[in-house]
Design a protein around this ligand. Structure first.
Ligand code: PEP
Ligand code: MG
Length: 838
């Protein structure tokens, strides 16, 4: 769009020339519309000052905008306040969108009429996208049409940033105080960039006299905006007002702090006198382990031989970037499936960094200058790391580690297998600083713990270590790297200690503690396979949420009483074509087979809205989560639903299969599917009917529970969506995450109504949303009348243990008082008092 050629503009009118500042119009004179000059016309026809495209003509014909071939946009405005003539006196000679040549006649004007009815005939030539160009006047005081008037010179990239504060009619601005803890580090920066991408206007972030485009994560982070600092956003383009609001909201809404189980921050650890043989660090993930130390160093590149064919190197880099992008994308999807919003945010930030124009441009420039793709990428990353490190902001300095992560990943993709590493199981891995992708690889190699010379407790790698349950210490200092590999050490992350020469007794003590922990786990595992009955004998089914047969096998192994929710949409996404009936049948059968003799609840496809399928084009939705999703998609595309129902009807044994319908909001939706199920079963010659249940995840369904229960075999409460639709808070909104709490008394009331409605028809009620996995909520759900909890597999043992510790009658007695409370926080507090967690 903006090329680097200079363009000389010829005079569009004949007459005296003078500066904009002398024009009798405050807006033009102040330069608000952009730089330019004025001509007092002596002729009656406006000519094109150069070749280009007419991109806009005012409805009242008194002004038009020409885009030049180097991308500059020129407003040609005839007379002052001529808008009031409503087009009278102006005759257009071209149309909007026309391609015009230099000197072409564009607009004829009735000079007498304009002179009589308007303030002035003075006409203007204004550059409206001045952040990309300079205007150099070609000195003259009087011009004739076609004589040289001005030169347009594209600005250098740095100048463009500085010039971005130039305003014009197309720009809106607003300020906000940054509410994000630690300022605009990678995740809020990525959120800002992602939000800007949802609009077609261009947007910039301004801090004092510096600014950065919102399409560059590095640019945003490079401004080093701190918490509570006042910044400005400017937007130019068609949807600028909406974009501005959305971006200001992002700045003002703090991201929920990452890591629910985050350890106390580094500062909370009391300083300790240094001890011989102990390195002091900061706890990034708790735990106590003992094992041989193994060093992990980053990839070291051999010196560049030069002599490369630039095209080949560019292609190699593109391929590597593509591979890394798709790897990260796959990790992102897995994180999304697990509903792990912290990992999701990290991978989103990494994807954004991989697209960052600053990084990519620097690397391709270096390749064009003769470097190998590996070295070009390495240097481009290192240069940006230095930028972040030099900002003097510890949080942003930690983000340099994310860049180094991408360095490693792309180098690994460029260098192939040679760059991977292997470590003995049980090792305690030491490194200057690990990256998130290192961590994911390491956690698959059964290492015991991690320690880093550098790093911080708020880094992404720390968040991941916590979520993987890997004890991790950071900021141990350079001494860490001098420890002899193989030396047995004790990593006491809880107390911030790396003990370099633990004696026999200490090693045995740690090993004993480790063994006891394993015993506890084993015991819990054994208990997990037993039924979960409350102290007063009420049986609660503790099932698992799964997305595949592999998940189901794991759930079965860990004592799941069944599958409480198979999200079948995961079978449909990430494919080029829809799975056919047989593929579906065998995928569902595999889940049934994995569960022994336990029941399996299979939910019909819940795509649509924001989960799009490549092979199933659906209309773009203004409000996707309120649109065509869940069972509504089945109504719009009955062929899809029929195919899935046919696959389900052919499962064996059908008695163990229960069908669940998502997003039901009225009884007819259920009746329709029931009828269709009957028809299809008839066609297939099947006499048995699987049980059919509905999800209660929309407030209308909860309010209609009694009517639904009349026709449904069971109800399953989806607390994730029920929270979103009841509280009017996007369940994926990072800034609202802490408030989307299904223990909100309004939700408890809806759940109470659901259970009461189901009881009228003697139907059972389960919960398959995330609330079921929260042990604090177990007594509440039991007290409300829920008898099935579908949880994530690692939680099965814990939830069963919690059930066994409760008295159902007591739960029923206390729960009504919780419905009277005013907030989720109050409910949580009351739960902690009545039913303390062990
Ligand atoms: C829910 O909404 O609670 C639910 C279980 O469904 P999903 O999370 O798949 O939308
Ligand atoms: Mg749902």
């Amino acid at each position: 769009m903006h090329n680097k050629n200079n363009i000389t503009l010829s005079a569009p009118l004949s007459g005296p020339v003078f500066p904009l500042a002398d024009v009798d119009d405050a807006v033009f004179a102040s330069g608000t519309m952009g730089p330019g000059l004025a001509i007092d016309p002596l002729n009656d026809c406006l000519h094109a000052p150069c070749a280009g495209e007419i991109i806009h003509i005012a409805r009242t014909r008194h002004a038009l905008t020409l885009r030049t071939d180097n991308g500059a946009e020129l407003l040609l405005h005839l007379g002052l306040d001529t808008v009031e003539l409503q087009g009278e006196g102006f005759a257009l000679l071209i149309e909007e969108g026309a391609r015009v040549h230099d000197g072409q006649a564009l607009l004829r004007v009735d000079l007498d009429r304009v002179a009589r009815h308007c303030k002035s005939l003075v006409s203007l030539v204004v550059l409206t996208n001045g952040e990309h160009y300079h205007l150099q006047p070609v000195a003259r005081t009087q011009v004739k049409v076609g004589e040289p008037l001005l030169r347009i010179v594209p600005r250098l990239p740095d100048e463009q940033h500085a010039a971005a504060s130039t305003t014009d009619t197309d720009e809106v601005r607003g300020s906000a105080r940054v509410a994000h803890h630690g300022g605009l580090h990678a995740r809020p920066a990525a959120l800002l960039r992602q939000t800007a991408q949802g609009f077609s206007c261009t947007a910039r972030l301004h801090l004092d006299d510096r600014s950065a485009p919102l399409d560059s994560l590095i640019g945003i982070m490079g401004l080093s905006v701190g918490e509570q600092q006042e910044v400005q956003i400017s937007c130019r383009g068609p949807d600028r007002e909406a974009a501005l609001q959305a971006l200001l909201d992002v700045l003002r809404t703090p991201l929920s702090d990452t890591g629910h189980a985050a350890p106390p921050p580094a500062k909370a650890i009391p300083p300790r006198p240094s001890e011989d043989g102990v390195l002091q660090g900061v706890c990034a993930a708790p735990g106590l382990v003992c094992g041989p130390l193994a060093h992990l160093s980053g990839i070291t590149l051999a010196p560049d031989t030069g002599h490369h064919i630039a095209d080949e190197q560019l292609q190699a880099l593109d391929g590597a970037l593509e591979k890394v992008r798709s790897d990260i994308h796959a990790m992102l999807l897995r994180a999304r499936q697990r509903k792990d919003s912290e990992e999701e945010a990290i991978f989103n930030a990494h994807l954004a960094l991989l697209e960052d124009p600053v990084l990519l441009d620097a690397a391709s420039q270096a390749i064009k200058a003769g470097q190998a793709a590996t070295h070009a990428w390495d240097r481009s990353i290192e240069a940006q790391c230095q930028v972040l490190l030099n900002l003097g902001n510890p949080l942003l300095a930690e983000r340099a580690n994310d860049l180094r992560d991408l360095r490693q990943q792309v180098l690994r993709a460029l260098l192939g297998e040679a760059a991977n590493y292997k470590l003995p199981p049980g090792a305690i891995v030491a490194a200057h600083e690990l990256t998130p992708s290192d961590l994911l690889q390491l956690s698959q190699q059964q290492v015991a713990g991690l320690c880093m010379a550098a790093g911080g407790a708020t880094s992404h790698v720390a968040i991941l270590a916590r979520s993987k349950g890997l004890p991790c210490l950071v900021a141990l200092g350079a001494g860490l790297l001098d420890i002899v590999p193989g030396q047995v050490v004790v990593l006491d992350a809880d107390h911030g200690r790396l003990e370099l020469s633990p004696d026999e007794a200490r090693r045995e003590g740690v090993a004993l503690a480790h063994w006891q922990q394993q015993l506890r786990r084993q015991h819990q595992d054994a208990q997990a396979r037993l039924p979960a009955n409350t102290r007063d004998g009420l049986h609660i089914e503790v099932a698992a949420n799964v997305a595949s047969a592999a998940d189901a096998r794991e759930a079965h192994l860990h004592g799941a009483d069944g599958v409480g929710l198979l999200r079948t949409e995961f079978l449909f996404v990430e494919r080029r074509s829809a799975p056919n009936e047989e593929e579906q049948r065998s995928a569902y059968q595999a889940v049934l087979d994995a569960m022994g003799d336990r029941p399996v609840i299979i939910r019909t496809i819940d795509v649509g809205g924001d989960k799009q399928l490549d092979y199933l084009p659906l209309p773009v939705e203004a409000n996707p989560v309120l649109g065509l999703r869940g069972i509504r998609l089945g109504q719009a595309r009955p062929d899809l639903l029929d195919q899935q129902l046919r696959a389900l009807l052919q499962l064996n044994p059908l008695q163990r299969c229960r069908i669940l319908l998502p997003m039901v909001s009225e009884v007819d939706e259920l009746l329709q599917v029931r009828r269709r199920l009957d028809e299809l079963a008839g066609e297939l010659g099947i006499r048995l009917r699987p049980e059919l249940g509905v999800m209660i995840e929309v407030p209308s369904a909860a309010l209609l529970a009694e009517q639904l229960a009349e026709h449904a075999d069971f109800l399953s409460i989806g607390t994730n969506d029920l929270s979103q639709y009841t509280l009017a808070m996007d369940r994926d909104h990072a800034g609202l995450a802490a408030r989307v709490d299904a223990l909100h008394p309004a939700l408890l009331r809806l759940m109470a109504q659901t259970c009461a409605g189901a009881a009228v028809h003697r139907r059972w009620v389960g919960v398959c949303g995330a609330l079921a996995s929260d042990p604090l909520a177990t007594p509440v759900l039991i007290g409300l009348g829920v008898t099935e909890l579908s949880v994530s597999t690692p939680q099965i043992g814990e939830i069963k243990a919690r059930v066994r510790s409760l008295d159902a009658a007591e739960c029923r007695r206390i729960v009504p008082s919780l419905l009277q409370l005013g907030s989720a926080a109050k409910v949580r507090e009351a739960c902690r008092q009545h039913w303390p967690l062990g």
